[in-house]
Design a protein around this ligand. Structure first.
Ligand SMILES: [Zn+2]
Length: 91
């Protein structure tokens, strides 16, 4: 288990920090993430194939919709909900 190459984002399902697993494959060492909290595991898109390097694994794992984008969408939605409720109370 290694956890020493830059930032590793938390599990997208439960928010816990994943564990990087490395193991010998048939020919070479392979890497994947495992979340012990919710059981999620993350490897490359092909079944039973894992990443060849820690860098590849981390860069693929860290691809997310930017948090700032999500934050501004949430603020917009909250405003719309408040407007809706205010209009409902007035009518
Ligand atoms: Zn999880």
């Amino acid at each position: 288990m290694k956890n020493n190459i830059g930032e590793i984002k938390p599990c997208p399902f439960c928010g816990e920090q994943p564990i990087m697993v490395d193991a010998e494959g048939l020919e070479e060492i392979q890497y994947w993430f495992r979340c012990d909290c919710c059981g999620f595991s993350f490897s490359s898109s092909q079944i039973y194939e894992h990443f060849d390097s820690e860098e590849d694994l981390i860069s693929q794992w860290n691809i997310r919709v930017p948090e700032s984008e999500l934050q501004s969408k949430m603020v917009k939605m909250q405003k719309n909900i408040l407007l809706y409720l205010e209009n409902k109370i007035k009518s």
